[in-house]
Structure formats: structure tokens, C-alpha cells
Write a protein that binds this ligand. Structure first.
Ligand SMILES: [Zn+2]
Length: 85
């Protein structure tokens, strides 16, 4: 299958045939390096962790602490380990 780039005088015609309406047509082909450089920043990042203000264990921000079950200083969840103390 052909690549989806077709610069030239027939570009609007090709766009009409393919899309039915006038669609965006690139004027120049971008190099492989240009695309690769853009995609180099497309990566997953780890979840942001903060320390719980109560038990100081790492937890995700704006969520109930999985260790002590508190949120904003209040007990909102029952945690098995926390009940033993
Ligand atoms: Zn905690």
C-alpha cells in the first residue's frame, strides 16, 4: 500500500476522493528522523508518589493512603494492618 503523502498539484483531488471533503494536505514529506525525534518523547512515566502525612509511606497524590487508610487527615478506609495497633 502507498504511503499517505502525495504532494503535488493533484493533492486536493486525491483528498476529495479519499475523504469526500477537503482535508489537510501536507506540503512536504517529513524525514524519518523528524518523526523519530518527535516519537522519542512518547514514553510512559511512573506514577507520582508523595509521602503520606500520617504514616510517611509513599503513596499516590490525591488518593487514600493504602497503608493507613487516611485521606486529608481523616480515617476513610479500614486497613487490616492498622486495626491491630
Ligand atoms: Zn498513610
Amino acid at each position: 500500500m502507498m504511503h499517505a503523502w502525495y504532494p503535488g498539484p493533484m493533492a486536493p483531488v486525491v483528498a476529495m476522493i479519499r475523504g469526500g471533503m477537503v482535508m489537510g494536505i501536507q506540503k512536504h514529506r517529513r524525514s524519518k528522523m523528524s518523526g523519530a525525534t518527535r516519537r522519542a518523547h512518547w514514553k510512559l512515566r511512573g506514577a507520582t508518589l508523595v509521602n503520606c502525612p500520617k504514616c510517611h509511606s509513599p503513596m499516590r497524590a490525591h488518593r487514600v493512603c493504602p497503608t493507613c487508610g487516611t485521606y486529608a487527615g481523616r480515617d476513610v478506609m479500614k486497613i487490616e494492618a492498622a486495626e491491630e495497633k
